[in-house]
Every structure is written in C-alpha cells, then in structure tokens.
Design a protein around this ligand. Structure first.
Ligand code: GLN
Length: 242
C-alpha cells in the first residue's frame, strides 16, 4: 500500500493560520483512498532526515517565532532539506515558512538568513500589512488547464523573487508577494511557497491532491465525492470576488 510520509517542521511555532488543517486535509484525502499516512513533527534542535519523508511542510509564524526557526533551519536542517528537494520531495511552505525558504528576511536593520531553497528575499517594510482574501491563477503540470487557488493573506513582509525564479501563480485578487508585481508565491519543481493560508488545502482540495500525487510520484488518484470541498472552494473564491 502506498504511504504518504509527511514532516511538519516546527508544528508548535509555525502554525498560526490553521496550518494543522492542511495536515488533516492531506491525512483524510489519503485515508479515503486507502493510502497510508504518517505525520512526524520536527522541532527546534531536532535532526531532520532527508529521505524519510515525501512532503515537508512549514506553516505561518509570528516574526519572533520565525526568527527562532530561521536560525535552526539554517544551522540544523539546511543540508537535509536541500537533499530532500534535490531528490524531488515536495516542500510546501506557507506565509512565514515561505519567507524562510529564501535567502533573507529583513526586519529593519536585522537581516535574518533563510534556508535558500529558492532565490527570493523578503523585506518587512513600514507600509501597512497586506491582509485580505486572495485568489491566484496557477498552471501546474498534470492539470488540464489553469486553475484557481483561493485563500487569505496576512503579512507585513514583501517578497521579491530573483530573476530565474517563477511565481506559483498570477494574482487575480489580493496582494500576493508584494502588492505590486502581480506575482504570488514561488515554485521551483516540487518546492512551493505561498502566502495563501486560512488554511490553504481545505479551501483548495484539488491542490491537496496535486501535492499528494507529486509527493508519491503518481499520475492520478481515485476521485472522491468532493461536493463539500467544492463548496468550500467556491466560498473562498467568492470571498475574494472571483
Ligand atoms: N511574520 C511574517 C510577516 O508578517 C509572516 C506572517 C505570517 O506567517 N502570517 O510578514
């Protein structure tokens, strides 16, 4: 039997936007298909195995908690996370976690190093926080055409991608990475960062399935009765006005 092995990084510190809901979504969509599911939490100071997990998750966090995790990510977990990404494991990082995927998170005079899985930089500016419902259009391999991800964003940091980096999607409504570029998130292969939470996967069941497929290397998954999930998705889209 296939088994999805998920590692939640810093589940006690990086979890402010119902990130646990994302884990439950993966768990149930696997269970309903009789795919095994294993969730391991890995915290500050814990060693990280690069090959014991198919999907690594980092959720959102307050600046203070984020700084603790940033240092640990760089000092303790960087090698394993890079090795995992290189072998094609899925890395999904939301909001605060997304900011830590890049090279730096800059808060005033303080420049906090990120794990550098992707080329991006985030600066916490004086301007207002970027808050509200958001919808983006994404084109992902294996999907029949462009699709919509809907969620909620709340971040002070503005993220700018390096020249070779692709966004996860195009902003339809909301602010996205910096409120100006029209870009939202980042995607390099199976490494994905996004500001969408609220939480992301229960509002976008199709994306949860895309992640499961990528993590397990499957072309297709057994369809489920997704009427409730479809309603949740439409409701999140309506909130964003899309
Ligand atoms: N602390 C970060 C910011 O404000 C991320 C916030 C979050 O994860 N919601 O930009």
């Amino acid at each position: 039997m296939a088994e999805l092995r998920v590692c939640a990084l810093y589940p006690d510190l990086m979890n402010i936007y119902a990130d646990r809901g994302n884990m439950l979504m993966l768990q149930w969509r696997c269970a309903w298909r009789k795919i095994g599911f294993r969730l391991v939490g890995v915290g500050l100071g814990d060693e990280l195995s690069s090959d014991e997990h198919d999907l690594f998750y980092i959720g959102g966090g307050q600046d203070r908690d984020q700084l603790l995790c940033a240092r640990d990510l760089v000092e303790v977990k960087s090698g394993a996370l890079h090795a995992a990404a290189e072998r094609g494991a899925v890395v999904l990082a939301v909001c605060g976690g997304y900011q830590l995927l890049g090279h730096a998170y800059v808060l005033g005079a303080q420049e906090v190093a990120g794990v550098g899985l992707v080329d991006l930089r985030t600066v916490r500016e004086e301007g207002p926080r970027l808050i509200g419902n958001v919808a983006i259009e994404v084109e992902l391999d294996g999907e029949p055409g462009p699709r919509v991800l809907a969620g909620f964003e709340n971040h002070g940091g503005r993220t700018v991608l390096g020249p070779g980096e692709q966004p996860l999607g195009r902003v339809l409504r909301g602010n996205g990475n910096d409120g100006a570029s029209g870009q939202e998130g980042v995607r390099r292969g199976n490494v994905i960062g996004t500001y969408l939470h609220g939480p992301l996967l229960p509002k976008n069941a199709w994306f949860a399935d895309w992640l499961i497929r990528r993590a397990l290397g499957l072309d297709a998954l057994e369809p489920l009765d997704d009427e409730l999930e479809r309603q949740a998705h439409l409701s999140a889209r309506r909130a964003a006005g899309v």
